[in-house]
Design a protein around this ligand. Structure first.
Ligand code: NAD
Length: 491
């Protein structure tokens, strides 16, 4: 982050404990999504040579890091965590400048990262094995988990701080070394994340961070034969491609992918609460949570009243730069993202959905130069439409109506994704049936769809995820392999 307003800082990769430029000196510019004409920083466009150097460093650092006790590794990570708390304001600003989300949303992301990291560090200090009673006398039979080696972490721009934390912490506490490639739209957040560990005195090479494009530096990293595990969060199409790459070498992957998350609102729901949760889950972070509600399926009887309540909330949102404390809806993350979202809105119109509010790039004072999209709600959406099936990843909500519970569940499940789902009802039996029948890795009853706690796993099913999920007890499981031993100590 530039400390002098008006100057554009040139940033460096972090490899083998040193901050360094790309080997050929090439750079990419980052533009503020709230003011596209403003360049916020320049970042190395890492070359194959840089990627190789980062993996070399991680490989060299691995044996000594692995051989430390988990407690010793935990001390380094706790120091990074303490710095994270101290630097919350600085990091929040970096997130907002790169991603566009409001400062309050950025702070929330850091708080969530701190909780998840704390949990994973403590999880790493627990005994990770078990002793089984052997069938033979004098035999100790046991199993435990051990680290894998060099792991690749590829993170997205929508939670550019939290996702690296959720992935790197279990990897590191378990004894692996890591090369992190942050999304090209949020390189500085990745570097700020890495800086915490550098400043905490982490031994050189244990965590390395290289910036650059996904198809360039990202793919080159994944193709390095020394990579033992790939933890990726991003779009389904890239996730499938990565899975295919990894399958050729039997490299394990953890893929957290796109979503098309439904919220069902039954006629007995508390309408005010449901409408509030729907508007929050549809428009917070400009609809760019992976768990954002993009489809709401409402019982016909209450649809009119419910939709009015959501529209009323959408109309109160104040668009603007995330740095302005009055803003409640920031820009979407960059010009390409804005173009994609406007394309989906156009497609929705063309296919005959009824635009109830929004639908345009927002204009006006402080908005014209940014990637602002009006909060948009479509009614009369049918399940076959493009906007009903594809992840839009913007402030766009589609409303469906259903005759009853069964039809609502059929619509909810009628997509290829399965990340998050939610239901609003006071009927416990129907709530439980929804939990059982809905095809999603994460389901909420009478709660906003993004709520999560660090002690439970986080991940999608169907085309929203593959492999052992992140977080909770599975966080470390992904980054470790099993070892079984039988030891005869008495003849
Ligand atoms: P993306 O797939 O475009 O990129 C994700 C990351 O992969 C970036 O770092 C990118 O540089 C890198 N990448 C792209 N192509 C690559 C390649 N060929 N090889 C290696 N790396 C490559 O996704 P995005 O636009 O950054 O993120 C938004 C997507 O992430 C949405 O679909 C969203 O739903 C999903 N997401 C999912 C979760 C979850 O937990 N399921 C969480 C956050 C975001």
């Amino acid at each position: 982050m530039s400390t002098n307003p008006g100057t554009v800082e040139t940033h460096q990769n972090y490899i083998a404990g040193k901050w360094q430029a790309a080997s050929d000196g090439s750079l990419d510019e980052h533009h503020d999504p709230a003011r596209l004409s403003e360049v916020t920083g320049r970042y190395p466009r890492s070359t194959n040579e840089d990627v190789r150097a980062a993996v070399d460093a991680a490989e060299a650092a691995y044996p000594a890091w692995r051989d430390l006790t988990a407690h010793a590794r935990g001390e380094y990570l706790k120091r990074a965590l303490a710095l994270m708390s101290e630097r919350t304001e600085r990091i929040a600003r970096v997130i907002t400048i790169e991603n566009g989300k409001t400062l309050a949303e950025s702070r929330g992301e850091i708080v969530s990262a701190i909780k998840e990291m704390e949990y994973q560090i403590h999880q790493g200090l627990r005994a990770l094995g078990e002793i089984a009673p052997s069938a033979l006398p004098g035999v100790l039979a046991y199993q435990y988990r051990r680290p894998l080696g060099v792991c690749a972490v590829i993170s997205p721009w929508n939670f550019p701080f939290n996702v690296p934390g959720r992935k790197c912490t279990p990897a590191l506490i378990a004894g692996n070394t890591v090369v992190l490639k942050p999304a090209s739209l949020t390189p500085n957040v990745g570097l700020e994340f890495t800086r915490l560990f550098a400043d905490a005195g982490l031994p050189p090479g244990v965590l390395n961070c290289i910036t650059g494009s996904g198809s360039g530096a990202g793919e080159s990293l994944l193709k390095d034969p020394r990579i033992q595990a790939i933890s990726f969060t991003g779009s389904t199409s890239v996730g499938i491609h990565i899975n295919q790459l990894a399958a050729g070498r039997l490299v394990r992957t953890q893929l957290e992918l796109g979503g098309k998350n439904p919220m069902v609102v039954l006629e007995d729901a508390d309408l005010d609460e449901a409408a509030g949760a729907c508007a929050t889950a549809a428009f917070a972070c400009a609809g760019q949570w992976c768990t954002s509600t993009s489809r709401v399926i409402v019982a016909k009887k209450i649809a009119g009243e419910f939709v009015e309540a959501v529209l009323a909330r959408a109309r109160t949102l104040k668009l603007g730069s995330g740095l302005d404390p009055a803003t409640t809806l920031g820009p979407v993350c960059g010009a390409q993202q804005m173009k994609n979202i406007l394309g989906f809105i156009e497609e929705g119109r063309r296919e005959g959905a009824k635009l109830l509010t929004g639908g345009r790039r927002a204009a006006g004072e402080g908005l014209d130069d940014g990637c602002f999209i009006e909060p948009t709600v479509f009614g009369e959406v049918n399940p076959g439409m493009t906007i009903a099936q594809e992840e839009i990843f913007g402030p766009v909500l589609s409303v469906f109506t259903a005759d009853g519970f069964d039809e609502a569940v059929t619509i909810a499940n009628g997509v290829r994704f399965g990340l998050a789902s939610s239901i609003y009802t006071k009927d416990l039996e129907r709530a439980m049936r929804f939990v059982e029948k809905t095809e999603a890795g994460l389901t909420h009853v009478n709660m906003v769809s993004a709520y999560k706690e660090p002690q439970l796993s986080f991940g999608g099913i169907k085309e929203s995820g593959s492999g052992i999920p992140e977080g909770g007890r599975t966080g470390i499981e992904f980054f470790t392999e099993h070892k079984v031993a039988y030891l005869k100590y008495r003849s």
